[in-house]
Write a protein that binds this ligand. Sequence first.
Ligand code: GLN
Length: 539
Amino acid sequence: MASKTKYIFITGGVTSSLGKGIIASSLGKLLQSRGLSVTIQKFDPYLNIDPGTLNPYEHGECYVTEDGAETDLDLGHYERFLNVETSQSNNITTGRIYNNVITKERKGEFLGKTVQVIPHITDEIKSNFYKLGQDGKYDVVITEIGGCVGDIESLPFIEAVRQARWDLGPGNFLVVHLTLIPFLKAAKELKTKPTQHSVKQLLEAGIQPDILVCRTEHPLPADVKRKLALFCNVQLDSVIEAMDAESIYDVPLLMKKEKLDERVLSKLNLKSKSKLDLKEWKGFLGRLKNPTAEVNIGLIGKYVSLPDAYKSIIESFIHASAAAECKVNLVLLSSEEINNGNYSSKLKSLDGIVVAPGFGERGFEGKITTVKYARENQIPFFGICLGMQVAVIEFARNVLKLDQANSTEMDPSTPHPVIALMEEQKKIDQMGGTMRLGSYACDLKKGSKSALAYGKTKIQERHRHRYEFNNDYLEQVESQGMVATGKNPKTGLVEIIELKNHPWFVGVQFHPEYKSTVLKPQPLFVEFIQAALNKKNNK
Ligand code: GLN
């Protein structure tokens, strides 16, 4: 297979959570800034078909692509760094690979052969490795292999990477191994042994890494680099130091300083298509690090003990805060700990309140109390997905006086189902991939806060939910001052609600956070920060 597209595989060693996704994204950004077209994909070794059914406590946020794939949160980083959309093809799990192979087996496609891990599973993995590179759209496809080298469950992926070298041919294939160089305080020494071991494991699997990226809390002295090069069988200039960074968005610049991109280009015989241009990226970092104002924003949800559960929202605030040149102190508050007795002390220092997406009843009443406080005290409010639904329920209960108003998710027999399941959702009995997922159109009301923020009246945003605003209550709700300012043009589903007599109260049924990128901050987040700042200054 002669390949025009170059393939870079990123493996991880020593421990998980070293930030393969950020290194992949940073390398992708540098190559893209040299005029090359790049995409990044992730192969995850677990058996779920996709992360859609995983509890956020297990795996952090589930990221949703334009085409409605429920994916690993690293895809969020890929989009935020590269500003290029990903799709279902960018995230493949062992579960999906096996599912594909077993489906083919049941159809008789293997013509009586014994179906085996090698070659059938590895062939399926490889055909998925190469899928995005097939139509020549990308100069470079970066593939992140989830988990750690040596994990039993990632063995078939590692074996497929070994085989890929020979499919693709020399010069078209590269392995970057991300590893950890721990610092032993007592010995005051950086230790290379864990890295030597993890590279040895790769070598046992038949893979020679071309470049080592070494996470470290201290700069790597020349002798440590030399030792790593010698024992791990890589060129000295291919031992790249990756110091802990203040912000993940500094990492592309750190990698540029370490010449990671130059090493990659030379090993792949690849030429830049333009001069390296990071002007916009540096502009963003400059604004991010030199704010002219500051606000406190509360993010109220039930998964707050694991901030990764709200990754895209947290990153959206970073992008928007740079655009607004206003530092955002994001305070994560557990809705389970907010009640009618303590809400004022918990919420009073906030200039703006976000009620987060979520599922199920736990912490729900604390969210209602929070929304009531924001509505009555004119605190800028931003409700996202479940947060929007809570705003509608709070309004129905406390303004329309429908005491028992609820979502049928929380109370299936509520007399006032202001949020309810759509007809087509009622028939569904499978959990995975069956929500209202991916991008849908939304028409905005002229003059609304949303239309002002977006600067247009036709938008597309991504969804991930089952329940909807119940249009039977629309007239009643609107007559009291809560207005549907965004609707799906085809179905009439309410996508945005706003309060008339409030400085900034916006609830969105979609997830605006999935589309925020460094170079394209999401307008609702920017306007919400501005509203919080106005509130603070008028205090
Ligand atoms: N649980 C709600 C629903 O399914 C909201 C989902 C969400 O916040 N993503 O409709």
